[in-house]
Design a protein around this ligand. Structure first.
Ligand SMILES: [Zn+2]
Length: 440
C-alpha cells in the first residue's frame, strides 16, 4: 500500500512538473505570437486612400496589421515605434528582378559559381534589397543551372534567414538562339545556358512541368528576342503560335500564371492574345497593343531602370554594348508609347529588371514612371497595390489594412513631393519584424 502511495505521489509530482513546463512553453509561445507594436505615423500612405492620412497609428500583432486608426485610439501594452517625422507606406514590390545575375557578362557568369555559391550570393543580394525597402520580389527567371533563388525563397519562408517575400519563375524559357541561349560560343561547346532552351510544343510542356515540379510559381517565356543577350533581335518573334499556345495551356492546367518577355509589337500582341498575365518590357507598343492590354486586363511591366543602368553603368561594357545601343536608339519612342499606355489606363506595375544595380538604383523606376505621366501616388501604387494584384497577393500585401502582413517602410521626406525619397528608405519592417530601424 505504502509502495503504491509513494508511486502515486511521484506520479503527481511528475504530472505537476509537466504541467508547469507546458504552461511555461505556452506562455512563451503566446508571448511570441502576440508581440504588439504600434507605429506612430507622421504621414501615412496606405495604398488604398488617394490622399495621405495624418495622425494615424498602425497596430501590429505578430506578423499582421490588426488596425489602422487615429492616434487617440492607441491602446495600452504596445511597444511604440515613433515614425512621427516620417512618411509611412506599404513595403515596395519589385515585379521584375534577377537576384542571381551579376557582372556584365551574365550569360556565362552562372557557370563560374556552383548553384550553392549562387544561392549564397543571391541571399546576400535579396537581403540588401530588403534593406532598400523591397519587401516582395517577383523573379523573372534567373541565372542558375538549377533553382538557387527558389531555394533562397524556401529558406526565407522557413525562417532560416531574414529576406523579402519571393515569387517567380525558375528560368526563362527560350528557343534555340533566343535570349536564354548562349549564342557566341562555337558549336562544339556544350555548356548549359542560363535559360531553358525549348523547341516545339512538347519541349515547352516538359520544361513547364519541370519548372513547376521544382517550385516555380510563375512561368517566364522569352517570346521575342532580348536587349541584353548576344546574337538575337528584340524585334523578332521567337515562339511559334503553337509553342505559345502549348505554354499557356500547360501553365493554365496547373493554375500557374505566365509572364511574357516581349519587345516586338507582334510578340506583345501574340502574348496578350495567348493569355499571358503580364508583358515584360513591352518596348515597341502600338495603339492596337494598348487596346489589347485594356481588353484583356493584362499587366505591363516596362522596366525603365535597366535602360538607365545601361547608360550610367554599362556604357563601357563590351558584353552590354548591344543593350546600350538599342537603348540609345529606341529610348525616346519607347517612352512616347508608354506614356500613351499610362494615359489610357493600362495596368502598369513597377519592375526594375534589377540585374545587380548599384544600391538604391532600382527605386528610380518610380521617378521614371512619373516622368511619363503617373502622379507620385499612382507610381507608389504601381509598386505596391498594383503589383500585389499582379501577384494575386492583394489579400496579404501591397496595402496597409487590417489582416495584411505588416510589410511597412518609411521615408524621411514626402515621396508625394519628391518621388526620389523612395531611393532612400529609412525604415523597413517585414511581417512585423523590424529589419531596418531608423537611425535617429
Ligand atoms: Zn529581366
Amino acid at each position: 500500500m505504502a509502495y503504491l502511495k509513494r508511486n502515486v505521489i511521484e506520479l503527481n509530482a511528475m504530472v505537476i512538473r509537466y504541467l508547469v513546463l507546458l504552461f511555461l512553453l505556452g506562455a512563451t509561445l503566446n508571448l511570441a505570437g502576440q508581440e504588439k507594436t504600434a507605429l506612430l505615423c507622421g504621414r501615412l500612405i496606405t495604398g488604398l486612400d488617394e490622399a495621405p492620412l495624418r495622425n494615424q497609428v498602425i497596430l501590429v500583432e505578430g506578423e499582421n496589421i490588426v488596425a489602422v486608426t487615429g492616434r487617440g485610439n492607441l491602446p495600452e501594452g504596445y511597444r511604440i515605434i515613433d515614425l512621427s517625422d516620417y512618411t509611412v507606406l506599404p513595403g515596395l514590390i519589385d515585379a521584375h528582378v534577377h537576384p542571381l545575375i551579376y557582372g556584365d557578362d551574365y550569360q556565362t557568369n552562372h557557370l563560374k559559381g556552383s548553384s550553392a555559391f549562387n544561392a549564397l550570393r543571391g541571399l546576400k543580394t535579396v537581403q540588401d534589397w530588403l534593406q532598400e525597402g523591397w519587401t516582395t520580389l517577383r523573379v523573372a527567371g534567373d541565372a542558375d543551372v538549377h533553382y538557387a533563388h527558389l531555394e533562397i525563397r524556401d529558406a526565407i519562408n522557413n525562417g532560416l534567414f531574414v529576406g523579402p517575400r519571393i515569387f517567380g519563375a525558375g528560368h526563362y524559357l527560350s528557343v534555340s538562339g533566343g535570349g536564354g541561349d548562349i549564342n557566341y560560343l562555337s558549336p562544339e561547346q556544350k555548356v548549359i545556358p542560363d535559360g531553358l532552351v525549348v523547341n516545339g510544343p512538347d519541349e515547352v510542356r516538359k520544361a513547364i512541368r519541370e519548372e513547376i515540379k521544382y517550385g516555380s510559381d510563375w512561368i517566364k517565356l522569352l517570346v521575342t528576342g532580348a536587349f541584353m543577350s548576344s546574337g538575337d533581335n528584340p524585334q523578332s518573334v521567337h515562339f511559334s503560335d503553337a509553342e505559345l499556345a502549348a505554354a499557356l495551356d500547360e501553365a493554365g492546367l496547373r493554375g500557374i500564371p505566365v509572364m511574357a518577355h516581349a519587345h516586338s509589337t507582334e510578340g506583345i500582341k501574340k502574348a496578350i492574345r495567348a493569355g499571358a498575365r503580364s508583358i515584360e518590357h513591352g518596348s515597341f507598343l502600338d495603339e492596337e497593343c494598348i487596346d489589347l492590354f485594356l481588353e484583356h486586363g493584362t499587366y505591363l511591366i516596362p522596366t525603365l531602370a535597366v535602360g538607365e543602368y545601361f547608360v550610367e553603368e554599362a556604357s563601357q561594357s563590351q558584353a552590354l554594348s548591344k543593350a546600350y545601343e538599342l537603348h540609345r536608339k529606341y529610348d525616346a519612342s519607347i517612352k512616347e508609347m508608354l506614356a500613351k499606355a499610362i494615359a489610357r489606363g493600362v495596368r502598369v506595375g513597377v519592375g526594375s529588371d534589377n540585374v545587380g544595380f548599384p544600391p538604391n538604383f532600382a527605386a528610380r523606376e518610380f521617378g521614371y514612371l512619373t516622368e511619363l505621366g503617373m502622379t507620385p501616388m499612382q507610381a507608389i501604387q504601381a509598386g505596391t497595390r498594383v503589383n500585389a494584384e499582379l501577384l494575386g497577393q492583394e489579400a496579404h500585401i501591397g496595402t496597409l489594412k487590417p489582416g495584411n502582413y505588416a510589410d511597412i517602410i518609411a521615408t524621411q521626406g514626402n515621396p508625394l513631393e519628391d518621388i526620389s525619397e523612395l531611393t532612400n528608405v529609412r525604415f523597413v519592417m517585414k511581417g512585423g519584424q523590424v529589419v531596418k530601424p531608423t537611425t535617429d
